[in-house]
Design a binder for this molecule. Structure first.
Ligand SMILES: Nc1ncnc2c1ncn2[C@@H]1O[C@H](COP(=O)(O)OP(=O)(O)OP(=O)(O)O)[C@@H](O)[C@H]1O
Ligand SMILES: [Mg+2]
Length: 308
């Protein structure tokens, strides 16, 4: 069974210029993206800044107007729902936003921030509400006494945990985690990642995990979609993407992962140099005359590459 199906999704933002703000062109942020998520899996979307990853995530939770294509959740088409129609799905699909500094309302205390989604769906007494919020605070490793504090009193990592607790209270089936650790200190990154993985096991969650750090993605994702300029250029299991990359953009991304082992550094530097040369020589082969990546073609049952 498929939990989420994204089918030929396009999200184009109008560019307006001049006195009358006429639409002169479009930013093709997402330009024909398809992928599926199966229950319990972690699917990673990677790609450079501006490649359209967040736009896909936000489109799934109905924060962007979709230009064309379809988004199906448990077989139901949720592409063009109104806010009211979308409400039952807000319980099932949670989103952890990219920026822990701007995604929490600074005027609300932690209790209100975390309880807000609960209030939209359940009738709880203040006591029940407080108990649930405190239980989730503990789950994310924060003190239950924090409920009356405000976002400014927390570090970035702690704020991200507050955002995670808020997303979790409704026990969503699908969580879209948009770079949940990118804004955090390296020292807390691993802690938050491990925490997200524990939760996945505990609640049998499905994750759409967005990131640009292939080193992180590799360790946590079952399958990966590599994005470049609004298109998926390669998709496969983590192993296929890392050990047998086929698209020149994927190869370059992988060659850019820093090598931590001292003895492998020389080898890696050489590989990076080779990739840079291969990139220059073969780039044109991977894109059509408009510079657009080709449609994906299957090369194994799980591995797809955008080839002519
Ligand atoms: N609301 C908007 N209006 C106009 N253009 C937008 C809007 N949101 C995103 N874009 C543009 O769409 C493109 C994709 O943006 P998006 O935020 O999806 O990229 P991203 O892959 O998440 O990048 P990053 O890794 O930096 O978070 C960018 O060119 C961006 O400027
Ligand atoms: Mg983003």
């Amino acid at each position: 069974m498929t939990l989420l199906e994204v089918d030929n999704l396009k999200v184009h933002f109008p560019i307006r210029r001049g006195l009358f703000k006429n639409v002169t062109d479009y930013v093709r942020a997402v330009d024909g993206v398809s992928f599926e998520l199966h229950p319990g899996e972690i699917y990673g979307l990677v790609g450079e800044s501006g490649s359209g990853k967040s736009t896909i995530g936000k489109s799934i939770v109905n924060l962007h107007r979709v230009t064309s294509g379809n988004i199906l959740f448990q077989g139901k088409n949720i592409t063009h729902l109104t806010n009211t129609e979308m409400k039952p799905f807000r319980k099932e699909i949670g989103m952890i936003f990219q920026d822990p500094y701007s995604s929490l309302n600074p005027k609300k205390c932690v209790l209100d921030i975390i309880a807000e989604p609960l209030r939209n769906f359940h009738r709880l007494t203040p006591k029940q509400e407080k108990e649930i919020v405190q239980a989730y605070l503990e789950k994310v490793g924060l003190s239950p006494d924090s409920i009356y504090k405000y976002p400014y009193e927390f570090s970035g990592g702690q704020r991200q945990r507050i955002g995670i607790a808020r997303t979790l209270t409704l026990k969503p089936k699908l969580i879209i985690a948009d770079e949940p650790v990118s804004a955090l200190d390296v020292s807390v990154q691993a802690q938050v990642l491990n925490f997200l993985l524990d939760l996945q096991k505990e609640f049998q969650l499905t994750y759409l995990f967005i990131g640009h750090d292939l080193g992180v993605i590799r360790h946590i994702c079952d399958r990966i979609g590599v994005m470049y300029r609004g298109r998926i250029v390669e998709e496969g299991t983590s192993q296929e993407i890392y050990e047998n990359p086929q698209h020149i953009y994927t190869k370059r991304l992988i060659s850019a992962i820093p090598e931590l082992e001292l003895i492998n550094r020389k080898k890696k530097a050489l590989f990076r140099k080779q990739m840079a040369e291969e990139y220059k020589k073969t780039y044109a082969h991977f894109f059509d005359e408009n510079g657009r990546a080709y449609d994906l073609k299957s090369i194994t049952p799980t591995h797809k590459v955008a080839l002519p």
